[in-house]
Write a new protein. Sequence first.
Length: 81
Amino acid sequence: MNGSVEVRQFLLRYEGEERGGGYGVVPTQRGAREAPRISDDQVRRARLAVAHGATGVEDCARLLEMLGLTPDGSGRNPVQR
């Protein structure tokens, strides 16, 4: 599965928990135009969650890259494209 899609699903589940939604509820797939934009704050929180669950520095770096949470050459995070 595409890393950007996975992180979006993770963030949508995380946001749903804060609003009282059920844990693990995955919303229906949306088209590109309907997809919500990932905010800088969501990226920051996702990075913290990954860092908290990582087993070490290399594991953290690998997970962040797979999830599109590391900036590319232009300074943008792939997950925010």
